[in-house]
Design a protein around this ligand. Structure first.
Ligand code: CU
Length: 503
């Protein structure tokens, strides 16, 4: 009895969902005159061509060793038709938008032979991967910028299952805004089949005029810096309003990545919920049923989507304005992102998603060093022009001194935000835990710090000394100064190296 009463709400909600499918399936089967119990979702395939419009090119593995994924990646400008009849000169990896999907299994080595064929210097940061410091892709800190015509070989291990992404760390707001991003999936072969068939969704936006040309980098001036520039074209896997096919009751596992330079995404599909499995570093401790899913720039969500519309109907996944400061929601309409066509086939019954997913051991903070990082915004007058200068503890990154830590130390950071805007906080090199009992335990590398709030995170600097960045992932904010660096002392990094911070 007791057990029943204390059962988590999400479990019973999920049981209710299964009942709803069974009922829908039975009704439709009866209406169609074909008796018999409904089929299990595990016994049927996704509809033919279900993800054709969302397919992304996968990076070709040129290494015959099954435990090495070796790829060639070239950054170059390629005309892509986003506005009909008016091609856009998109900044791409290998000529595709988004860049090729890199797929590996846990434990694989990844080798990326990179060539820069862009007109300006660039680099690649591997967002969320625990890699050696010299592979982190931050020019001035971990490597030199890769000049036009230059090459660089990135090499690291895929240590953690999950959904990650890659993007430049030079002139980031502009270069990401022009199309330089791609996805990385690190598979865990032990993941159960009930999570559904995988679909990677890269969400981004682009600021393009009616002739297909990019809007100027400094569009909106000071307010553009302050708000963060959101593009007018909403893209899912590089397409405007693509169509996905689904079968009622047949689960799909959506690995969603927010690759936009500033836009927050709140996702909603009428009459549906999503079961969130986790995000930044793969599975959370428990699954959670959500009516809306929020992704801040840089963040990922691992979701089970179980379609439950009537066969033969089309519904639309919507972008809902998210409150992240002045101008973010007022008078802004919802926008359509992705059409979902529920094909005309008998509904099937999904297997329940387990509630417990994996153990997340809490970081021991008994001897942790406590720091406060205050996210700050100031307006300065320079050359008679007002300029927005952002910072951490009132210091923009170009004037900043490193935070100091050593391998073996644990830190607790109190990240405070008294500004009028929300900031997605990202730490390179290490996963952290948010110290908040109301959240499901999980490992994060990017987290929202809403306006007028404080967030406490714990980080364990257990290995990999070096110099690592932390910054706001609204890239216009990072470029305006809201960025800092951290020196983790250890073997090979006894002294803080000379750095030259750039963006
Ligand atoms: Cu910010």
């Amino acid at each position: 009895m007791n057990e029943r009463r204390t059962r988590p709400r999400s479990l019973s909600a999920r049981a209710a969902t299964s009942v709803r499918f069974a009922a829908l399936a039975a009704t439709l089967a009866a209406a169609a005159g074909c008796g018999g119990p409904p089929q299990s979702a595990l016994d049927v395939e996704q509809p033919e061509g279900w993800d054709d419009e969302l397919q992304m090119r996968e990076a070709e593995d040129v290494n015959p060793d099954p435990s090495v994924v070796e790829i060639e990646l070239e950054a170059k400008i390629t005309d892509i038709e986003l506005v009909p009849g008016a091609p856009t000169p998109v900044w791409t990896y290998n000529g595709v938008l988004p860049g090729p999907l890199i797929r590996a299994k846990v434990g694989d080595s990844i080798v990326v032979r990179f060539k820069n064929s862009l007109p300006e210097a660039t680099s690649i940061h591997w967002h969320g991967l625990r890699l050696p410091n010299d592979m982190d892709g931050v020019p001035g800190l971990t490597q030199d910028p890769i000049p036009p015509g230059g090459e660089f070989v990135y090499e690291f291990k895929a240590r953690d299952a999950g959904t990650y992404w890659y993007h430049p760390h030079v002139n980031s707001a502009a270069q990401v805004g022009w199309g330089l991003y791609g996805s990385i999936v690190v598979e865990d072969p032990a993941d159960p089949e009930v999570f559904g068939d995988e679909l990677v969704l890269v969400l981004s936006d682009m600021g393009v005029d009616e002739n297909g040309q990019f809007l100027p980098e400094d569009t909106g001036g000071e307010f553009g810096d302050l708000f963060g520039r959101e593009g007018n074209l909403l893209l899912v896997n590089g397409k405007i309003l693509p169509r996905l096919k689904a079968r009622a009751g047949k689960p799909q596992r959506w690995r969603v990545i927010n690759a936009a330079r500033a836009r927050y995404y709140t996702l909603r599909l009428p009459e549906h919920t999503f079961v969130k499995l986790g995000g930044d570093n793969g599975l959370a401790e428990r699954s959670q049923e959500l009516g809306r899913v929020v992704l801040v720039p840089g963040e990922r969500a691992d979701l089970v989507f179980t379609p439950s519309d009537e066969p033969g109907t089309v519904s639309v996944l919507q972008w809902i304005p998210t409150e992240r400061g002045f101008g973010s929601v007022y008078n802004r309409p919802r926008e359509d992102m992705l059409e979902i066509e529920t094909v005309d086939a008998a509904p099937v019954v999904p297997e329940p998603v387990p509630e417990f997913l994996r153990e997340i051991e809490p970081i021991d903070i008994t001897n942790a060093e406590e720091l406060t990082l205050d996210l700050t915004i100031a307006t300065e007058t320079r050359m008679h022009e007002k300029e927005v200068v952002m910072g951490i503890n009132d210091v923009p990154y170009w004037d900043s001194e490193p935070l100091e830590a050593a391998v073996g130390q644990t830190h607790v950071w109190n990240i405070t935000n008294d500004t009028a805007f929300a900031h997605p906080f990202h730490l390179h090199g290490y996963f952290f835990q948010v110290l908040d009992d109301t959240r499901i335990p999980e490992w994060k590398d990017t987290v929202d710090v809403p306006a007028n709030s404080t967030l406490r995170i714990a980080v364990d600097f257990d290995e990999r000394p070096g110099v690592w960045m932390y910054h706001c992932h609204i890239l216009d904010h990072a470029d305006s100064g809201m960025m800092g660096h951290l020196f983790v002392a250890g073997e090979g990094f006894e002294k803080m190296p000379k750095v030259h911070l750039m963006h």
